[in-house]
Design a protein around this ligand. Structure first.
Ligand code: T4K
Length: 420
């Protein structure tokens, strides 16, 4: 092990000088044992390492007092939703941060996807990865559009452009790339395919807030990009999401669509739904945006400690980020190789027994979930990389709520499992 790495101390470690950014952890549980051999593992009857669950997706929270001030203002103003001043401020700041002309805030990422899909006029079939959160596929299915699953590049877990080409039919109207784990989908290759075949291209950027591609912030690619600001994301607004675009007409259409199509009192000029972000969510968004650099710094240090600790264990790997780009470092993605003595699922079981609730995102792939597994029972034959990766990957906890010692415990569990 690298000298100087923490064993049972703070989660942000001491890899870099300058101390840890403020973690603001409210976790009151504590680590209660060291794990040196299989007998120390909770799956073998020992007590769990933590007396409370350590979650993947614990929210990152900015300054409490600032949030309460905003809440007081909302109370005094009696303006709670419907394009309120805090939503407008958040939209303005997000557009500026992402370097895009228009940001249309929404109540969540799923509705934002649905509205963007409608605004782009997608129909028939749309090509998406199966290796993504189910919302990407459901947003299409919910609108009677068929999601057609294309395989991923196993090295980067995003759409494989050759696989996309193979799935195009006369019914294809568009492609939705997903910037999984914050890594850009192959933007240029997908754009070339879309241009060649007259298809719309948009992106599910739910994981990629604060990330760049070739130095340009994710948000400005394709015709539109969709963010989720769910509690579990690197940047959250309690619940929330946004579509960002450089196309003014598209933005205008989406503003109408998120508010039933109203263009003024009693004047409906567009079909629409209720996709509005509420003021209290915008308040949380503003507070967390102010704190976002701090969140990224914590995530980055945690990721570095994970990489250092776990890289010495043969058979497992922690995905790295492209350090020439901006990253949110939110996702700690571990791949359990075929040579590791236990399966990914056994590792997850061992971690859960210690109260570390590692997740198998995005097992088993959308194509193996309902309704898609009934609609396309043989889809897996064309998705070998998706199926292999979905069996190997697990996600580990990160963020400002990560308790002291969690990374060290995870390292100990994995090392003991590796040694049988
Ligand atoms: N596209 C992609 C690629 C996405 O990943 C997502 C969402 C979307 C689209 C859709 O965006 P939204 O409509 O959600 O805005 C979670 C989230 O619900 C979901 O937002 C997210 N992706 C997905 C990856 O994960 P679950 O059901 O796996 O996790 P959940 O909500 O149970 O939370 C995980 C753990 O986090 C919990 O066990 C405890 C902890 N937690 C959670 C919440 C909500 C907390 O500690 N505090 C909390 O407030 O779906």
């Amino acid at each position: 092990m690298t000298p100087g790495l923490p064993i049972a101390t703070g989660s942000c470690g001491n890899l870099e000088s300058g101390g840890c950014p403020s973690p603001r952890s409210t976790f009151s549980g504590s680590r209660i044992k060291q794990i040196r051999s299989t007998a120390d593992l909770a799956i073998h009857g020992a007590p769990p390492a933590f007396d409370q669950p350590v979650h993947v997706g614990r929210p990152n929270l900015g300054d409490r007092e600032a949030f309460l001030r905003y809440a007081g203002e909302i109370y005094d103003r009696r303006w709670l939703t419907n394009d309120g001043p805090l939503v407008r401020e958040l939209e303005r700041r997000l557009a500026e941060y992402l370097g895009v002309r228009h940001c249309v805030a929404m109540c969540n990422g799923t509705i934002a996807l649905e509205i963007a899909i409608r605004a782009l006029g997608l129909e028939g079939e749309v090509i998406v990865p199966s290796y993504t959160f189910i919302a990407t596929a459901h947003a299409l299915h919910w609108q009677a559009i068929t999601p057609v699953f294309a395989d991923i590049d196993p090295a980067i877990h995003t759409l494989d452009p050759d696989a996309v080409r193979r799935m195009i039919t006369p019914k294809t109207s568009g492609i939705i790339g997903v910037h999984l784990w914050g890594r850009a989908a192959p933007v240029e290759a997908l754009q070339a395919i879309a241009d060649q075949h007259g298809l719309q291209l948009m992106f599910d950027a739910a994981h990629a807030f604060g990330c760049s591609h070739n130095g340009q912030m994710i948000g400005g690619f394709g015709r539109a990009e969709v963010f989720s600001f769910h509690a579990t994301k690197s940047f959250n607004s309690l619940e929330g999401g946004a579509v960002v675009t450089n196309d003014g007409e598209l933005a205008e259409a989406m503003r109408l669509m998120r508010n039933f199509g109203f263009a003024g009192f009693d004047n409906v000029i567009h079909p629409g739904t209720n996709g509005k972000m509420v003021e209290i969510c915008a308040a949380m968004g503003l507070v967390n945006l102010d704190d976002f650099d701090n969140t990224v710094a914590i995530n980055r240090r945690n990721h570095a400690v994970y990489r250092e600790l776990l890289s010495e264990i043969p058979g497992i790997s922690v995905r790295d980020y492209d350090h020439t780009e901006r990253n949110n470092y939110h996702y700690i993605v571990v791949e359990v190789g075929p040579d590791f003595p236990v399966s990914r699922d056994r590792m997850v079981e061992a971690l859960h027994a210690e109260n570390i609730l590692a997740r198998r995102y995005f097992w088993p792939g959308c194509h193996r979930m309902k309704p898609y597994r009934d609609l396309f029972p043989h889809a897996g034959l064309l998705l070998p990389n998706t199926e292999r990766i979905a069996e190997r990957v697990l996600l580990l906890p990160n963020g400002s709520g990560l308790p002291d010692g969690a990374i060290a415990v995870i390292g100990e569990v994995m090392r003991v499992l590796a040694n049988g």
